[in-house]
Write a protein that binds this ligand. Structure first.
Ligand code: SDX
Length: 428
């Protein structure tokens, strides 16, 4: 049997042979299917890209039915247990686990860029005290493009790598400054003798003590959360990174757009929305009524469901386990029992079972973030920090892909066709 599709156009009786490669057909191969010479040719209509591959990528593999997630072939469960976020960032960018020497050089290359230009602090001071940290974060990432004009040289791999390191290094500092701004506290400079997660906690929570004491359990929990959030193939935010990056703009401007997409409550904003939802439910007695409303279409069970995972999100399993380790240090979250009851009922209910709605990465992560001392408004920023590694790795892969060019979808035009201008006195 040939790897082709034979298409019969019943409008004309013509037949077409279209090659099948990697489980796909090229949409452009449909353009030849016409009813007459004036016909533009057949297109596919796929709002939200539910069945469209936009690129070839070797970075992250997901099997939604089996709940499999692998970064460059390494199972997320093994990376969460044995690796660190910076090692995973190296893996995502370069495609292989680093040797000890490569990792040391990589960590040094990232760590030396944790500082922000002093003007960035003045820029952040322009935000209201109650500005949402995610709005501060994405604005500041975009503003960084004005500090690094050479970042426009997107075809130079060495220059791309220099800004990949800067973005990975500076996002925790931006996030910490946004948090300190929202609490009215002074900014804490990075301490490059601490780990990636340790330094982040230092910039967030250090007060007047000479040196911030990092709690190793919380430091490791944060690093595991960073590993779990690092990449997730062609999600909404990464699609934005690639679409904006395809115009050959610098990576800071592209990432501002990716962060903006992540900000949405259906995407990375869901972790904040889960806490809001749990607080609105209040206690276990209200769960049945809340579930009833969701099933009636009055709102969504935030932190549940996924476009790809039609089984339990493997990240949610690890986060749920990590939560208990954090609670041993911080004390349990009053909302944990409520979340567990919500999960128990939802997983037994036909509405959720039929739609294959399971907890996703955002369902339990907020409980940990809150136990670590973060306000819900910071949760999506905590997602954006590690997702930087995925965004820049995907952006770099885009620029290495000869198939790629500026993203410009077609449309089905549903509006008026040609008509004459109507003078004001003739309008209804
Ligand atoms: C992330 O893509 C990624 O990989 C994203 C992410 C990443 O790492 O980058 O994994 C991170 O964004 C996780 C998802 C976080 N979002 C939420 O938790 C918000 C709540 N979930 C949803 O809104 C929804 O499940 C989505 C957006 C995640 C997926 O939506 P889809 O694939 O477009 O599914 P859909 O909206 O078409 O829903 C299918 C059906 C609908 O019911 P019917 O119209 O068939 O009757 O399922 C229902 C939906 O109403 N449904 C839900 C639901 N999610 C889907 N019903 C109640 N609660 C929900 N959470």
């Amino acid at each position: 049997m040939a790897d082709t599709l034979t298409i019969t156009d019943n409008r004309t009786g013509k037949q077409y042979e279209v090659p099948v490669t990697d489980g796909t057909i090229k949409a452009i191969d449909l353009r030849q299917i016409k009813v007459d010479d004036d016909d533009f040719g057949l297109m596919t209509y796929d709002p939200a890209f539910t069945n469209t591959a936009s690129c070839r990528s070797a970075i992250t593999y997901i099997d939604g039915d089996k709940g499999i997630l692998e970064y460059r072939g390494y199972p997320i469960e093994q990376l969460a247990e044995k690796s660190t976020y910076l090692e995973v960032a190296y893996l995502l960018v370069f495609g292989e686990l680093p040797t000890a020497a490569q990792l040391a050089e990589w960590i040094d290359g990232v760590t030396t860029h944790t500082l922000l230009h002093e003007n960035i602090k003045h820029l952040m001071r322009g935000f209201r005290y109650d500005a949402h940290p995610m709005g501060v974060f994405l604005s500041t990432v975009g503003a960084l493009s004005t500090f690094y004009p050479d970042a426009k040289k997107v075809h130079d791999p060495a220059i791309r790598l220099s800004h990949i390191k800067k973005l990975i290094a500076k996002t925790p500092t931006i996030a910490a400054y946004a948090y300190r701004h929202s609490t009215g506290r002074f900014y804490v400079y990075p301490d490059n003798n601490l780990s990636f997660a340790g330094n982040f906690l230092n910039m967030l929570f250090k007060m007047t003590e000479a040196k911030y004491e990092v709690n190793p359990v919380l430091e490791r929990a944060l690093d595991i959360l960073f590993i779990l959030h690092a990449d997730h193939e062609q999600n909404c935010g990464t699609n934005a990174m690639r679409a904006i990056g395809s115009s050959e703009v610098d990576p800071y401007s592209a990432m501002a757009g990716a962060a903006a997409a992540l900000y949405g409550p259906l995407h990375g904003g869901a972790n904040e929305a889960v806490l809001t939802m749990l607080r609105q439910i209040g206690n276990k007695a209200n769960v049945p009524d809340f579930i009833k409303k969701v099933k009636a279409g009055e709102g969504r069970l935030m932190g549940f469901g996924h476009r790809v995972y039609k089984s339990y999100d493997p990240r949610a399993k690890i986060i749920k386990k990590t939560a208990y380790e954090v609670f041993d240090v911080t004390g349990t979250s009053p909302l944990l029992d409520l979340a567990l009851e919500l999960e128990r009922i939802a997983l037994e209910d036909e509405y959720f079972v039929k739609r294959k709605l399971y907890p996703n990465v955002d369902f339990y992560s907020g409980l940990i973030y809150e136990a670590l001392g973060f306000a819900p408004e910071m949760f999506t920023v905590l997602f954006a920090i590690p997702r930087t590694a995925g965004w820049v790795a995907q952006w770099d892969e885009l620029h290495r892909d000869a198939d790629q060019k500026i993203a410009r979808p077609r449309q089905i035009y549903t509006g008026h066709r040609t008509r004459d201008y109507v003078a004001m006195d003739k309008r209804q």
